[in-house]
Design a protein around this ligand. Structure first.
Ligand code: Q46
Ligand code: ZN
Length: 300
């Protein structure tokens, strides 16, 4: 198979695009997909200070790399979750990448700064680990972005991630989640804008990007992900994609185009929730104390 762009031998085939690419043209294609997502969804503007949430995995490191290549002022943010060896290793990969690219890395260590690790915190607070982890990430990403004066938080969710979440939310018709499933969440009172510039690239493309650019990343999944429903949804979608290349992208992008607006709070007749400030940390919340401060109080 030949590269679609330059006719040299291809190193990767992308059935969704019905094309093969050589190394250089594949890297060009990946950057162009990110540029297109940024333009189509109005994610970033020239001069924005971007904080990239990095985990040491392929997606977030590739995203950071591409944003730097595209000329964005992008710093990394690494959250130490205290998940044993997995956290230690992922921190090592993240720091090595930052050093190699000469990029600035902000680090927040949950055990060091808040006195608990995610597995223990989740157990004590009687929450699923990923639920305690997710709420901590949301809170701490936002806090770090505000404290550092960043305009936008970028996360490495790729097309496979977003299609799997959409699949799960559609299976259960979780309308409130469907209303928030966008590649851009605009800034609102107390919340920094959030964007997902990898939505046009799949998991396999991100792994190939890292291999072809020599980015070392942690290959093991987080041990807490075992039994995670999203892994099953991804497998199911991969099965469909196998027989019908492009189905995953159509499912996600046609949703954004034709259906997402139908789930807006106003469209489903929900009143806007009123936000107040957490009496303990000042973060926006619906109650007296925010979910993260409640978790800290129970876990320590
Ligand atoms: S890090 Fe955290 Fe994930 Fe691990 S505990 Fe769950 S949410 S699986 S992306
Ligand atoms: Zn709080």
């Amino acid at each position: 198979m030949k590269c679609r762009r330059c006719r040299e031998p291809a190193v990767i085939e992308l059935r969704r695009h019905n094309a093969g690419f050589c190394r250089d043209c594949f890297l060009h294609h990946s950057r162009e997909q990110v540029r297109k997502a940024i333009d189509d969804f109005d994610m970033l503007h020239a001069g924005d200070r971007v904080l990239v949430a990095v985990s040491g995995g392929k997606d977030s490191l590739a995203l950071w790399d591409i944003l730097l290549d595209l000329g964005y002022a992008a710093d990394g943010l690494y959250l130490g979750l205290g998940i044993g060896e997995y956290s230690e290793e992922s921190a090592t990969y993240t720091r090595a990448f930052a050093a190699k690219r000469g990029a600035r890395l902000v680090e927040v260590d949950i055990p060091g700064e808040y006195g608990f690790d995610i597995p223990t915190g989740a157990r004590v607070a009687k929450r699923a680990p990923c639920s305690a982890c997710g709420l901590s990430k949301r809170h701490l990403f936002n806090r770090a972005a505000i404290d550092g004066g960043y305009d936008v938080i970028a996360t490495g969710h790729n097309l496979d991630d977003e299609a799997a979440v959409l699949f799960g939310n559609t299976l259960r018709w979780n309308v409130d989640y469907l209303s928030r499933q966008r590649p851009v969440l605009p800034a609102e009172a107390g919340f920094v804008k959030k964007v997902k510039p990898l939505v046009r690239l799949g998991e396999r493309e991100m792994a190939a990007y890292c291999v072809l650019t020599g980015i070392d990343y942690i290959v093991e999944e987080c041990p807490m992900a075992v039994g995670n429903k999203h892994l099953g949804y991804k497998e199911a979608l991969n099965g469909i994609e196998e027989h019908s290349p492009g189905a995953k992208a159509a499912f996600y992008f046609e949703f954004l185009d034709k259906a997402a607006h139908r789930f807006d709070a106003a469209a489903v007749g929900e009143a806007e929730v009123e936000l107040r400030t957490c009496s303990s940390c000042g973060a926006p919340t619906t109650g007296e104390v925010c979910a993260f401060c409640k978790l800290v109080a129970r876990a320590t």
